[in-house]
Design a protein around this ligand. Structure first.
Ligand code: TNX
Length: 509
């Protein structure tokens, strides 16, 4: 792949990476505890995956998926069978599994096999991802003897993609889901609409996707997803224990909708399509009743497509909406979300209006964000709004790594790999206790990103830092150790044909 070509010129075949890590030391995200002990389990042609009782269909599905993920690298048949007795890989649900919580697990490896135990199928899925990392990148291999006990630090570990600025296929998004889920990321936030394009078919307003979807930054053809394609993506993510949080951005970032429907404009005139990269120029018509019929129907259809509990309503950069109008609009938009049985997520600007009880705020400020703006977020958190941290100068995957990075923006500064990882979400915002932090999310805005290669180059390896910050206990936080573990992921990413930036601050082998 491009990454190995870019870095490997003086490495000879057979060279070990500097200080090669033993399997239990290279896990990423770092687990709560991992201990190597005694002889391990050798995978071979006879290895089976045992998924307990026949009637537990979900565990069976987790087993099938794990088998699929291990077959390619190992070259083994790995049949999935019922029952738990006997050698091999055993998946066990245990309602009492200590310390496991909703997503945690225990992995025990010895000569007779590897036992994965969790309270939930999600926990078993995560255990399976750990097992993948304990095996070699290719070939059957041996899982060394030992035990891993693990559970996440934060409930929400997310990544966002903006499919509005540039359109991407469902297939490409699924590929990202697989890449993320193997590092225990459990939420995919989809930025579905913006000035440049509307990407999801809405039955009651068909021109949103048909006309509003047929454009993108730079003047390309754009595109949109049908409801069936979208349902398929949501189901695919859900089988990998990734929840989809869909976003319809409002009251700003709506030019595509206003180009499709004249009635969404205060002056009753349809807007021209927009293919540039400015922000903050469009606004829904706050004083018009039709606006609220529109958001009710759109969010109603979206809620029906969404098994998860969150709907994201944007609320950022509404520079063309006066503050009082913004607050009045967001009151009504939040009520619409509640009416459809969902919980609001919005960008942190909602803190300056009136967040509904329990509305989640997504903070996207940076080190130079005004103290008053940060204080509004912590005040809302004290009043009951959980916070998702997406600091732009840490987790924005569209920020350039350094001045050499071709795609990307730099308004929040450069974000090298170390900067993306080396901070603490639990103490990041002054006055925001860790208990108010729902989790972390890394957004990928796509004004400058139009291809799978650029997408992956910007996301990898920084999104692994997000995965680690979201999952691993703070006691494991240590840049040199993280950098070594990250370097150990290089060959895995290469084997999966992931384009990643061979960042100079990481000791790649
Ligand atoms: C800010 S972050 C935006 C987006 C841009 C992004 C580019 C946020 C809530 N709004 O509209 O795409 O910066 O980095």
């Amino acid at each position: 792949s491009c990454s190995s070509a870019a870095r490997g010129d003086d490495a000879r075949p057979g060279d070990e990476p500097p200080a090669a890590l033993a399997p239990y030391e290279r896990l990423l995200p770092a687990p709560v505890s991992a201990r190597a002990e005694g002889p391990g389990y050798a995978f071979g042609p006879g290895t089976v995956i045992r998924t307990g009782l026949t009637d537990d269909e979900e565990v069976r599905r987790v087993g099938e998926l794990l088998a699929e993920q291990l077959r390619g690298p190992s070259g083994l048949p790995l049949p999935v069978v019922d029952g738990v007795e006997g050698d091999g890989i055993r998946l066990r649900i245990d309602g009492e599994a200590e310390g496991a919580g909703e997503e945690g697990y225990r992995l025990e490896s010895g000569p007779g096999g590897v036992t994965l135990t969790a309270r939930t199928p999600a926990g078993l899925f995560h255990a399976g991802q750990t097992l993948r990392q304990l095996l070699p990148v290719s070939g059957p291999g041996t899982v060394p003897g030992g035990t891993v006990t693990d559970a996440p630090r934060f409930a929400y570990r997310g990544a966002m993609v903006d499919v509005a600025r540039h359109f991407f296929t469902v297939e490409q998004v699924k590929r990202y889901v697989d890449q993320l889920a193997q590092y225990k990321v459990n939420t995919l936030h989809l930025h579905l609409t913006d000035d440049q394009g509307w990407r999801l078919a809405i039955d009651s307003w068909p021109r949103l996707a048909e006309y509003g979807g047929a454009s993108e930054v730079g003047g390309g053809p754009g595109g949109h997803w049908t409801k069936d394609e979208y349902r398929d993506l949501v189901a695919y993510a859900s089988e990998r224990y990734v929840d989809v949080v869909p976003e319809i951005d409002m009251p700003g970032h709506v030019n595509a909708a206003q180009a499709a429907y004249a009635e969404l404009n205060c002056d009753g005139t349809a807007r021209e399509r927009y293919t540039g990269i400015k922000v903050g120029f469009s606004s829904l018509c706050v004083g018009k009743e039709r606006t609220y019929e529109f958001i009710d129907q759109v969010l109603g259809e979206l809620a029906e497509l969404t098994p998860g509990k969150y709907l994201h309503i944007g609320g950022d950069e509404a520079h063309s909406t006066p503050a009082a109008d913004y607050a009045a609009f967001m009151d009504r938009a939040q009520a619409v979300v509640a009416k459809h049985g969902k919980t609001v997520v919005a960008w942190h600007q909602l803190a300056t209006a009136r967040p509904a009880p329990g509305a989640v705020l997504q903070y996207w400020g940076h080190d130079r964000t005004a103290a008053a703006e940060k204080a509004a977020v912590t005040a809302a958190a004290k009043a009951g709004s959980p916070v998702i941290l997406s600091p732009a100068d840490r987790l924005y995957l569209d920020m350039k790594y350094d001045k050499e990075t071709k795609p990307g923006l730099a308004w929040a500064g450069y974000v090298p790999v170390r900067r993306a990882y080396d901070w603490d979400p639990g103490t990041y915002l002054p006055g925001l206790p860790e208990s108010a932090v729902l989790g972390v999310e890394a957004p990928l805005w796509t004004e400058t990103i139009a291809t799978r290669g650029d997408w992956e180059l910007m996301a990898f390896p920084r999104v692994l830092g997000l995965a680690e910050l979201g999952w691993s206990p703070p006691t494991t936080h240590d840049w040199p150790s993280y950098a070594r573990r990250l370097s150990a992921q290089g060959p895995r990413l290469d084997a999966q044909d992931v384009t990643f930036y061979p960042a100079p601050d990481v000791p790649w082998g």
